[in-house]
Design a protein around this ligand. Structure first.
Ligand SMILES: [Zn+2]
Length: 346
């Protein structure tokens, strides 16, 4: 059943009063005395977003084991069938994800994630020569945790490791070798002739598929963050945050999709948090990928494309002035962007 956000808030308020419940730490469950067995603090009503396993207003008692699965059953169970609201098709309601997010018959959005262990001996760092060379400041280390395995785990020697965090849990990591691409290529071609170990530029976690992950997702605050800048990679997010000074800006934040495309799950994750506007900030040379991704996003958000004039540059290369110029004068709608790119080819 689809509820408007008003109805949802009304129900949560009334159920809280009725049960004399309190919200748990994350605000995802109302905890109360069980109406059936009377055990205090064992009865939970789920009020978080819909996931694969959980639907809003499911309830369960961890003492007597009774459960309800629908809002109607819950209201009956707590003796308040009068609170039942009529289903709505209000397109502006934030939690109407099923309605806004048209799914094929039988299709399900799989956003379930397992917690991932960081490499053995990982320890966070607050200074690193490689990251310094890429412009990292004190705030960057503070807001974007990164670490190394301190020479104690040979697989990750010479890598910096960025945890990917989702609702406070580590759900993946990206490890970047600290040599530049040319050095790695040279090393690998030597290895091809003389034998030895090849170096991978990235050595990332494998447990959760990266199409289900967004870097910096927890900085998108549900119901508060209005605009999200979508970039390709972690270093783009950090460079943009630093150069636009949006570390503490709750309304605008940058995320990365780990490449030049966005998945249905990643779109769904942004939609769940009530994001309204997205600015697509893929590298300037990714014209076709930008057109395609902008088209996909356009069904769910107000979309702008940050049209980087120099195709060879990414957010790390661009100066602060250039970036302000792009956000002031070069945000295109998908239609404008398509038109302009056709003209530029002529
Ligand atoms: Zn009970």
């Amino acid at each position: 059943m689809v509820l408007s956000s008003n109805d949802r808030e009304f129900l949560i308020r009334e159920i809280t009063k009725e049960l004399d419940a309190k919200a748990d730490g994350a605000g995802k469950n109302l905890i109360a005395r069980c109406p059936r067995c009377g055990k205090e603090g064992k009865y939970g009503v789920y009020v978080g977003k819909e996931t694969q396993r959980k639907k809003p207003f499911m309830s369960h008692c961890f003492s007597c084991g009774c459960s309800t699965y629908t809002l109607e059953a819950l209201l009956d169970f707590i003796g308040r069938p009068d609170l039942m609201v009529a289903p709505t098709a209000d397109i502006d309601a934030r939690l109407d994800t099923n309605l806004l997010f048209p799914l094929e018959e039988g299709e399900e959005i799989d956003d379930a994630l397992g917690v991932v262990e960081l490499p053995d001996f990982y320890r966070r760092c607050f200074a690193h020569p490689y990251l310094k060379s890429r412009g990292f400041t004190f705030d960057d280390y503070e807001y974007f945790p990164v670490g190394t395995t301190r020479g104690l785990n040979f697989r990750y020697d010479d890598y910096v490791v960025f945890p990917i965090i989702d609702e406070g849990d580590v759900v993946g990591y990206v490890s970047r070798h600290t040599w530049n691409k040319d050095e790695i290529d040279r090393h690998n071609s030597r290895v091809r002739c003389k034998g030895g170990y090849r170096i991978l530029r990235f050595r990332n976690s494998t447990e959760n598929d990266f199409v289900k992950l967004l870097y910096n997702y927890d900085a998108v605050i549900e119901g508060v963050t209005d605009t999200v800048i979508i970039t390709e990679g972690i270093f783009d997010v950090i460079a943009l945050t630093r150069k636009l000074e949006i570390y503490d800006n709750e309304h605008v934040t940058a995320v990365a999709t780990f490449g030049k495309k966005i998945s249905r799950t990643q779109i769904y994750k942004l939609q769940c948090k009530g994001v309204k506007t997205v600015i697509l900030g893929y590298d300037g040379d990714a014209v076709e990928a930008i057109k395609k991704t902008a088209g996909e996003l356009n069904a769910y958000f107000r979309v702008f494309i940050a049209d980087i004039p120099d195709a060879g540059k990414d957010w790390e290369d661009l100066g602060i002035e250039e970036i302000y110029g792009i956000f002031s004068y070069r945000l295109r709608t998908p239609a404008e962007y398509r038109l302009l790119k056709v003209q530029e080819l002529k």
